[in-house]
Design a protein around this ligand. Sequence first.
Ligand code: NAP
Length: 292
Amino acid sequence: MTAQIIDGKAIAQKVRDEVGAAVAQRAARGLAQPVLATVLVGDRPDSAAYVASKGKACNELGMGSVSHRLPGDATQEQVEALVKGLNADPKINGILVQLPMPAHINEESALSLISIEKDVDGFSPLNIGRLAQKGRTPLFVPCTPAGCIYLLDQAGVKIDGANAVVLGRSNIVCMPAALLLLRQNATVTICHSRTRDLPGMIRQADILIAAIGKIEMVRGDWIKPGAAVIDVGINEKLDPSRKSGRRLVGDVAFDEAKEVAGWITPVPGGVGPMTIAMLMRNTLHAAELQDR
Ligand code: NAP
């Protein structure tokens, strides 16, 4: 069996096109363009690159973006004052505080200040709490896990009743992914570094979402034949055949797994592009909520 490759790049482009069209319609109706504010504390090059690409995506879709940068030694009070100012600014629809912040900053405290209507990353305890509770609806769902579920839906994978394994238990990807799968009636198992017999657990999975940051750790013979495999991992692997000497790979051994799985996302070009596409969608949604 050779898996169907889920083309995250094409699916993300479709989402972006839809958002761009909705933004243009808003403009035609005389409504203000949605505006995303980003907050970057410190000078991590990867975080700076992520923030820049989010701003660029906003501009490409006709949305506004405002970037705020604080030095790495900024105090908790400075970060929180900035978030409060953005909450109060009616021109700002969405607030994204880039993580991780420097170790001396209490992230939970800063994130909990973001107004629920502007929490486009979906990490505020209010949105996560609503996601975790039956019968409640979060205003925003975290972007990467929302992208994983969107990819499954677009590929036509049946989630209802499926055995799903989420590999990893991070706040930003795995826990919300597990909650989203549960909301769609999957039977969900969350595996982590203390799980006994990881291969045996994963072999039960009709759906696997892997986000552990370990180069190709999930082998082909861990995959249940016909399973849907969503690989969130982004890892650099040495590759002397490349000019750069390295290439990006996921947490799943793609070449092995694609011979067993029914569907699989590549790295790069799978989940990665979905994260920004879902952020754009959430920013549009924030503007729509605030129109009311
Ligand atoms: P994280 O916070 O670093 O957490 C890693 C998780 O993996 C932890 O729950 C850890 O278990 C588990 N883990 C680590 N080693 C393991 C092992 N040997 N066996 C089983 N479980 C193990 O993870 P993250 O921030 O979610 O990132 C995970 C990966 O996703 C990274 O490669 C990251 O670059 C990627 N990512 C991609 C996107 C995207 O847009 N595509 C977005 C976010 C993250 P314990 O809790 O027991 O320690």
